[in-house]
Design a protein around this ligand. Structure first.
Ligand SMILES: Nc1nc2c(c(=O)[nH]1)N[C@H]1C(S)=C(S)[C@@H](COP(=O)(O)OP(=O)(O)OC[C@H]3O[C@@H](n4cnc5c(=O)[nH]c(N)nc54)[C@H](O)[C@@H]3O)O[C@H]1N2
Ligand SMILES: Nc1nc2c(c(=O)[nH]1)N[C@H]1C(S)=C(S)[C@@H](COP(=O)(O)OP(=O)(O)OC[C@H]3O[C@@H](n4cnc5c(=O)[nH]c(N)nc54)[C@H](O)[C@@H]3O)O[C@H]1N2
Ligand code: SF4
Ligand SMILES: [Mo]
Length: 734
């Protein structure tokens, strides 16, 4: 890629207008000719859950460019660095082109046609189910399919293959937010909108590094300030001085995993200073007395000592929240990735409820999700609820759904199957023998890699369906099914503010790759249930139209949407006859989805983190992300501008600790935990990270943070504790 092209992309020029069309003689002009699209296809970004509107420039059947969609309500035509070169993921090297089969363990892959691939898949999985029972076959999917695909897959797995053991990478991501919402409000569903980031008096970001991971939300947070107006006051709670923390008015560099203390401490200050909304508490919540009686121990001095934060700063943060007209509490993985993730979410919800910050402009407890369509899987997905946020345990819900589908109620599962970590455990214990992995790369992204590898070795049959090959997970598969990716298929994504946005096909998939939707329907056909479950379905729109009916009357009501309407612009659910233009907020009437229609306040006591530093492993490891890369780098690792900007992994270490270890910036080190080791990684000496802590991004398979991490998970949500474990560092001589 030329410098001019790189530069213009970094500057975001191609988001503004067709700059590529200007100039003919210069290098710029040469690029211009090749880059002038025949047509632009409107769609939604396929990386993160911000859900930016994007247009793909197509020239002679190839995706040659992208630009931000100026008409999309999320992003003002702007895109972040990943979005700005997203078309390159389509033509990147290493796409999966043909079905590949290993004839017996240890053999090389051989190209087969789709018919053979399907026959083998069905034969192997059915044989495993016949020998070991229906639930010995498990499925792991992803938050990166379109909603129409989840919906189709859920029916296929639960009603077609009749296995309850279906979960996804979403449990590695936002299961704690889902469980926390359900417990506090009676249902999942983020209650706020992105516009609240602009309009709140105060925004509290807890374990959320939006500058790196949701860059367009960082732009929206700062938008008013950038325009010279008074923007929201920003409080950031994060042990690491992230790029987001650097924008904060109040930064609380909290001791890792002491959030429960801080949140209870802030609740106590709010109550004792009278900075609470008594009327709202009385009319719309339950559990206030119990909460009040539980907070005696949380004196400011005590909280300051446990969290290692200055007492004055904690008080200042509480005063800012308590005296603001509106506060948005937003959180991401610093909260969810913990053995106490769900309860920490409940404490954030407590703060919003105590201060009446829900259902109003600028006010919400807002879980920012991760993947482009993590929300779609929550609504339709069959994992933690039945489609439409229906409960597995409720006979009424099951009956209603069965009727909508024209199947008998007894065909629906009566409780959720195993969650992702329990599926891995199930493989280790020999209960699960067949696994179908769709759109996720567990070898890099699952914690405690050694254990995962042991588990995968025990599988009788592993099928991996991915847009790329080889990946560390496709490589160890018995069968690889090549999938179309973003830009090559149609459907919808729902972003973190419940906004449903159309995803459109710009180009054909390469080789023989097929959309996940088509693969699911083909398999349904071959196991003889297509007619029963998907009669007359041909295209994603058929799935969407059924889903509209299934969601009608539910909190996540899509009944007022259609592909035609979405072509004009995205819509936030609930969207129905009463609110045809959708709903920016939930719970504006102060009524919740619980039996008594009140939100529940929770008493939470801190538990000890699963592993603390000790003399053998003296550092606490924190893991996360950087703006240039997407997860396991199957896409961004092949896009040169992104790869050049962040070509290798690093471990951040505080200058004080570096000095003690005799380490200088860029020295090579080994990092090990009780579970594994990164043999070689560069040290980055920086006070971004606090003393006693280190940070490693998890993107790089060659220096994989998940060789070190723990697989302990939150007992309520089953989300793993990715963020902390004990490690040691050793300097390498060269
Ligand atoms: N560039 C890029 N963007 C992405 C992604 C990507 O891979 N790359 N992935 C997407 C996905 S799926 C997700 S889920 C989101 C994740 O988005 P984020 O959650 O923002 O990402 P992380 O870097 O995993 O972690 C967030 C922060 O949690 C902090 N943290 C760690 N321990 C604690 C703690 O004990 N308490 C508190 N309060 N904070 C703590 C970390 O220091 C870190 O800054 O990003 C999405 N966006
Ligand atoms: N240590 C540590 N580990 C973490 C985290 C952390 O913060 N720290 N974060 C966790 C979180 S929040 C998440 S969400 C996970 C993400 O972890 P993964 O889900 O494993 O990450 P991805 O790289 O996004 O994997 C998606 C896979 O799907 C493929 N793919 C892309 N599009 C399509 C498609 O349309 N169809 C199909 N069939 N395949 C497709 C890609 O090539 C890729 O192989 O990682 C988790 N792991
Ligand atoms: S902020 Fe997220 S949705 Fe927007 S362009 Fe970047 S990756 Fe895509
Ligand atoms: Mo995620």
């Amino acid at each position: 890629m030329s410098k001019v092209e790189s530069l213009s992309r970094w500057l975001g020029l191609d988001t503004l207008k067709d700059q590529y069309a200007y100039g003919t003689d210069s290098e710029y002009g040469v690029i211009a000719k090749e880059k002038i699209p025949d047509r632009w296809v409107k769609t939604t970004c396929g990386y993160c859950s911000v859900g930016c509107g994007i247009q793909i420039g197509v020239r002679e059947g190839k995706a040659v460019s992208v630009r931000g969609d100026l008409d999309h309500p999320v992003n003002d035509g702007k895109l972040c660095p990943k979005g700005l070169c997203e078309h390159e993921s389509i033509s990147a090297d290493g796409r999966a082109l043909y079905p590949l089969l290993k004839q017996g363990k240890g053999n090389a892959f051989r190209r087969v046609d789709w018919g053979v691939a399907y026959d083998e898949f069905i034969f192997q999985m059915r044989e495993i189910q016949r020998k070991h029972g229906e639930s010995s076959f498990a499925v792991l999917s992803t938050g990166q399919l379109v909603t129409e695909e989840f919906y189709t897959l859920g029916k296929l797995v639960q009603l077609g293959f009749k296995t309850p053991n279906y979960d996804g990478n979403t449990t590695l991501c936002m299961a704690s937010a889902v469980a926390g919402y359900k417990r506090s409000f009676g249902s999942d569903g983020p209650p706020g909108s992105y516009e609240d980031l602009e309009n709140a008096d105060t925004v509290v970001l807890i374990g959320a590094n939006i500058a790196d991971n949701h860059p367009i939300l960082a732009y929206r947070l700062l938008k008013k300030k950038l325009q010279g107006e008074q923007g929201p006051k920003v409080i950031v709670i994060d042990p690491r001085a992230t790029k987001t923390a650097m924008q904060a008015d109040i930064f609380l560099p909290i001791r890792p995993r002491s959030d429960v203390y801080l949140l209870n401490g802030i609740a106590k200050i709010l109550i004792s200073e009278g900075w609470v909304d008594e009327e709202f508490i009385q009319s719309s919540t339950s559990g206030y007395e119990e909460l009040l009686n539980s907070l005696d121990d949380y004196s400011l001095e005590y909280i300051s000592k446990v969290t290692r934060l200055e007492a004055g700063k904690i008080y200042e943060a509480a005063r800012q929240i308590g005296t603001s007209k509106s506060t948005l509490f937003a959180w991401t993985m610093g909260v969810n990735h913990s053995t106490q993730g769900t309860e920490t979410v409940n404490l954030i919800n407590n703060l919003a409820l105590l201060t009446g910050n829900i259902g109003r402009t600028g006010s919400a407890p807002m879980s920012i999700t991760g993947q482009c369509n993590a929300m779609g899987t929550r609504e339709t997905g069959f994992t933690s609820s039945l489609p439409g946020y229906r409960s597995f345990e409720s006979l009424d819900d099951r009956k209603e759904l069965a009727q909508l589908w024209n199947v008998s109620e007894s065909e629906l599962p009566q409780k959720r199957g195993l969650a992702y970590p329990d599926i891995v455990q199930g493989i280790l214990s020999g209960d699960i023998k067949g696994l179908w992995v769709i759109g996720t790369n567990p070898v890099v992204s699952y914690p405690h890699r050694k254990k995962l590898e042991e588990a995968f070795k025990k599988l009788e049959f592993l099928c991996v369906q991915d847009g790329f090959h080889p990946t560390p997970t496709t490589e160890i598969a018995d069968l690889v099914l090549p999938a179309a990716i973003w830009g090559e298929k149609e459907g919808t994504y729902t972003n973190s503010e419940r906004r449903v946005s159309k995803v459109n096909k710009a180009v054909d998939p390469p080789g023989e790759a097929k959309s996940d939707f088509d693969i699911f329907l083909d398999i349904a056909q071959r196991i003889g249930i297509r007619e029963k479950l998907y009669s007359n379905w041909k295209q994603p729109q058929d799935a969407f139209d059924e889903w509209r009916k299934v969601s009608k009357g539910r909190l996540c009501d899509y009944s007022g949407m259609s592909y035609e309407k979405l072509a004009e612009g995205p819509l936030q659910w609930p969207c129905n006859d009463t609110v045809p233009q959708g709903s920016p907020r939930l719970y504006s009437d102060g009524k919740f989805q619980t039996k008594d229609r009140k939100a529940k306040l929770f008493v939470v006591r801190s538990i000890l983190p699963p592993e603390e530093p000790d003399p053998d492993y003296p550092f606490l490891l924190n893991t996360g992300r950087t703006v240039e890369h997407w997860h396991t780098r199957t896409k961004t690792g092949k896009i040169s501008i992104l790869e050049q900007a962040a070509p290798e992994a690093w471990v951040e270490i505080n200058p004080r600790d570096a000095k003690a270890l005799g380490l200088r910036n860029h020295d090579w080190v080994t990092v090990s935990s009780r579970r594994g080791k990164i043999s070689r990684i560069r040290a980055r000496v920086t006070s971004i990270i606090g003393p006693g802590q280190v940070f490693i991004p998890f993107h790089y398979v060659e220096a994989s943070a998940n060789r070190l991490t723990l697989d302990d998970a939150c007992p309520i949500s089953r989300e793993p504790n990715f963020k902390q474990c004990a490690v040691k560092l050793q300097k390498l001589r060269y």
